[in-house]
Design a protein around this ligand. Structure first.
Ligand code: TPP
Length: 381
């Protein structure tokens, strides 16, 4: 019997860099509102007050980020993972969710955590080494920011399958980077989500780098193009356009909520700062590239748009500034006012019941601390 095999050859885009502007967009870099027949219906209700609120969120977020960097530089935090430049992706998508949806962010999604209702201390205490985490997932409807690259995508799919079994209509949303898209976990998560039709939104924040690795090294074609291969519809959106990000999430969440299965967003943006405060990005990217992205700043384009509509007055500007100042002061106070817990408290709340394994670890650690006591005279127990 003759067996015929049809082979389709899909040709990836030749020049990934040239495709950066091949994205769904509603606000140009100059703040001009342009039409997009797919996105427009999703933001038809967004009035001046809502747009101002999105702008305020982004300014506050940028300020939290600057405060985090400053506190780290002053030795008050062990590390910080800056998100400057990614405000529109984080705020736009997070504000497109219901309070009872559940987010699974990575360490850089400070704005998602903020939008879910984080307290000032939630931004700093774990980077200060005072707590494993201070977030309250049950009230915030967000998991603790993940440091293991891509692991949270599997957690989101598990949660999404739980939503299905409850017969509920929430969605689970997971955020991960362009680098994470190379991880097995992320690909396994997409296979499971698609196979089970789980209500999951995948948000890939393509900020162009995985530490020093440029996206073109690990993605020969736009990352959004992969999702349809898993059976997941996708959208490649301008990650520096808050309106487009809001619209994209509303589209994706509605799709997942309807029972149609997962959806995928690739938000094309740029990390303006270092990977973390221990990284030096001048070693792997040039100043001209940074300047090209500075011209696409997510905040200035909304400001320009609001100004063009007469909706960016002095009073509004002052209130935004005051909100950012107030948040920065609260974050700083939460950091500087932290009371370091005794070293032995690291074992608290790890297991519900004591067991011999943990008893051994407690004894070992206690003996270890005794060594310092001899050398330094005193150690907080
Ligand atoms: C499983 C795993 N492997 C490696 C690392 C080390 N690591 C930390 S951040 C990072 C790059 C992540 O890049 P991307 O997914 O693009 O996210 P971004 O940091 O740009 O937000 C790596 C490899 C890790 N944290 N976890």
């Amino acid at each position: 019997m003759e067996v015929t095999t049809m082979v389709h050859t899909l040709t990836p885009a030749a020049e990934l860099g040239a495709d950066i502007d091949d994205v769904a967009r509603l606000l140009t870099a100059d703040g001009e509102r342009i039409a997009d027949s797919v996105l427009d219906p999703w933001i038809a209700d967004v009035d001046a007050a809502q747009l101002q609120a999105l702008y305020r969120d982004m300014v506050v977020l940028r300020r939290i980020d600057a405060e985090g960097v400053a506190l780290q530089r002053q030795g008050q935090l062990g590390l910080w993972a800056p998100c400057s430049g990614q405000e529109a992706t984080q705020i736009g998508t997070a504000r497109g969710l219901r309070a009872d949806d559940f987010t699974f962010p990575s360490y850089r999604e400070i704005g998602v955590v903020y939008a879910r209702g984080a307290r000032p201390s939630d931004f700093v205490l774990s980077w200060r080494g005072e707590a494993h985490s201070t977030l309250e997932p049950e009230t915030m409807h967000s998991a603790v920011p993940q440091i293991i690259i891509g692991a949270q995508t599997l957690h989101a799919v598990g949660y999404g399958m739980g939503i299905q079994r409850d017969g509920a209509d929430q969605v689970a949303v997971t955020y991960f980077g362009d680098g994470a898209s190379s991880q097995g976990d992320v690909n396994e998560a997409m296979v499971f989500a698609a196979s089970f039709g789980a209500p999951v939104v995948f948000v890939c924040t393509n900020n162009q780098y995985a530490i020093s690795e440029p996206v073109r090294v690990q993605a020969a074609a736009p990352i959004a193009g992969r999702a349809p291969g898993f059976g997941i519809p996708s959208m490649r959106v301008d990650g520096n356009d808050v309106l487009a990000c809001l619209a994209a999430m509303r589209w994706a969440a509605a799709h997942a909520r309807s029972g149609a299965g997962p959806a995928f967003i690739e938000a094309v943006t740029y990390r303006m700062g270092p990977h973390t405060t221990s990284d030096d990005p001048t070693r792997y990217r040039d100043a001209a590239e940074l300047e090209r992205w500075r011209a696409r700043d997510p905040l200035t384009r909304v400001e320009a748009y609001l100004r063009s509509r007469g909706e960016f007055g002095d009073e509004f500007a002052a209130s935004v500034q005051a909100a950012a100042d107030d948040m920065a002061a609260q974050v700083r106070a939460a950091c500087l006012g932290a009371v370091t817990k005794p070293a032995m408290s690291v074992f608290d709340n790890v297991y519900a019941e004591p067991h011999t394994g943990i008893a051994e670890q407690i004894a070992d650690f206690s003996a270890y601390l005794d060594g310092f006591a001899e050398a330094e005279g005193e150690v907080a127990r």
